[in-house]
Each structure stands twice: as C-alpha cells, then as structure tokens.
Design a protein around this ligand. Structure first.
Ligand SMILES: Nc1ncnc2c1ncn2[C@@H]1O[C@H](COP(=O)(O)OP(=O)(O)O)[C@@H](O)[C@H]1O
Ligand SMILES: Nc1ccn([C@@H]2O[C@H](COP(=O)(O)OP(=O)(O)O)[C@@H](O)[C@H]2O)c(=O)n1
Length: 240
C-alpha cells in the first residue's frame, strides 16, 4: 500500500531523476519557489521546515519543556511524522492527524529553533528526509537549512537563496497580515533572531554548501527565481 510519505506527483517525468537541494534563511522564497519548480518539472517536493515544525507541535502539545534539550531528545522518536510530497498539494500528519494548520502558529514558530537544535531530533528527521528523497521516482526538490550541506550532500543541484532582511520581513508581514510599521519591525526582529539561532547552533546549522549556487532574490520576482532554478535543473538533466 502506498503511504502519504511515498505519494508522488502525478505529472510525468520529463528527464532523469534529479535531486535538488534549496537552502536559505526565512522568507527568501524557498517553499514557494521549490513547490513551483517541482510542479513544473513533475518532481516531488519536501518542505523540511514543516517536519521540524511538526515535531515542535507534538512536543508542545504533549507538555514537553522545549527549553530542556534532554527532555526533547528523550521523546524525539515518539511522533510519527508523515509528509505527502505532491507539490500541488503537500501534506503533513503527526500520528495520523493533519498538522498543516497547527504547525504555522506563532507558538510553534517561536519554539521551533530550540527543538530543531537538538541532535536527536535532527537524526530522526534527517533519516526521514533521506528515505523520502531516495524513494522519489521522478526526483525531488527538498528545501530547508542544511539540505545541501548535511542531508543530501550529493544532490545534483544545490541552491542557496538569500534576500535582504527588509525584503524578507516585508514578505512575511504580508503573509501574516501585519500592516503597521511596528508590526513589520517586530516580524523583522523575530526573523533575524530565528536565523541567528539556526545559523549558530552546533548541530547542522543553516549554511551555504561550498558548491551551491547563490541567488539573491531581493530584487527578483518569484517567477524570475523559479525560471532560473528550472533552467539549472534542466541543464543538469540534459547532462545526466
Ligand atoms: N522573489 C520573491 N519576490 C516577492 N515575494 C516573494 C518572492 N519569493 C517568495 N515570495 C513571497 O514571500 C513569502 C515567503 O516565501 P516562502 O517561500 O514561504 O519563503 P521561505 O520558505 O524561504 O521562508 C511568500 O508569501 C512568497 O509568496
Ligand atoms: N532543514 C531544516 C529546515 C528547517 N529547520 C528549522 O525549522 C524552522 C522552521 O523552518 P521553516 O522552513 O518552516 O521556516 P520559515 O518558512 O518560517 O522560514 C527553522 O527556523 C529551523 O529552526 C531546520 O533546522 N532545518
């Protein structure tokens, strides 16, 4: 029986299966770009941040003190986190329950960096990510923070997205409905703090792989970023 973790997009493959790793800080466009690239090329898509958010939601929902790494580590293998990888309709469940809404709450966002810094959490989730990537029949676009450096160091295409803190805060504020100057400033501050925590943790920090192509999306439209990455993937497919 096919599980949600194995469900592949229906679109036909148009070339050899390639693995694409897209990393970068918050609000650089990883999720929207990755989904669109995968949909256009008939590939699977995996949002690894959603997996860390799902782990965090389970921890807070089960009364675990997320500021205590040993408490988080002890329970890291408990939740069953399953990702559906169709870019047109990605899903995430925890112990069979739909987690797609609850993982986006401010509470989860505020706690996710602490949970994702725990090595045992990373070990469990990295294992899930590698098995999902290995079983994607038409290749996969995997987006996160450490995909090109740690999870899939042999990826065929590695991209590192960047953008100014101002642009990223404006994008996030748009999503959250923050319109006042103070709300945008608070969003920017929270985003900078989360990036700092993600970049300075010991276990597999947010980092650009030495062989990744960096794309600064500050002054590019979403469509332009998608086109650039599609071109890089098609080039790689043609050479395979
Ligand atoms: N190049 C871009 N220009 C303008 N807005 C963008 C661009 N890329 C993404 N966005 C928007 O910014 C927001 C955050 O993008 P998202 O893909 O969630 O970023 P990330 O996954 O890196 O956190 C979304 O509302 C998205 O539509
Ligand atoms: N490969 C990854 C992906 C996400 N994460 C963690 O998960 C959090 C949420 O990731 P996300 O991609 O949903 O974040 P945003 O889309 O809100 O920027 C990050 O802030 C990291 O703490 C990680 O540690 N490693």
């Amino acid at each position: 029986m096919e599980t949600a973790a194995q469900a592949a997009p229906a679109a036909p493959a148009t070339g050899p299966a390639v693995i694409v790793a897209i990393d970068g800080p918050s609000g650089t466009g990883k999720s929207s770009t990755s989904r669109a690239v995968a949909a256009r090329l008939g590939m699977s898509f995996l949002d690894t941040g959603a997996q860390y958010r799902a782990m965090t939601w389970w921890m807070t929902g089960n009364g675990v003190d997320v500021s205590d790494p040993s408490a988080v580590a002890a329970l890291a293998r408990k939740p069953a986190i399953v990702s559906g990888t169709d870019p047109k309709a990605p899903t995430i469940t925890v112990d069979g329950a739909d987690a797609s809404g609850p993982i986006r709450t401010p509470e989860v966002t505020a706690n996710v960096s602490a949970v994702s810094a725990v090595p045992e959490v990373r070990e469990v989730i990295t294992g899930l990510q590698r098995s999902i990537a290995a079983s994607a029949p038409h290749g996969i676009v995997v987006e996160g923070r450490d995909i090109g450096t740690t999870v899939l160091p042999d990826a065929d295409v590695k991209i590192f997205l960047t953008a100014s803190a101002e642009a990223r805060a404006a994008r996030r504020s748009g999503e959250l409905g923050a319109t006042t100057g103070a709300a945008v400033a608070a969003t920017k501050e929270a985003l900078i703090q989360r990036d700092a925590a993600d970049s300075t943790r010991k276990a597999s920090p947010l980092a650009k792989a030495a062989d990744a192509t960096e794309i600064d999306t500050t002054d590019l439209t979403l469509a332009q970023v998608i086109d650039r990455i599609v071109a890089l993937v098609e080039e790689k497919r043609a050479a395979k």
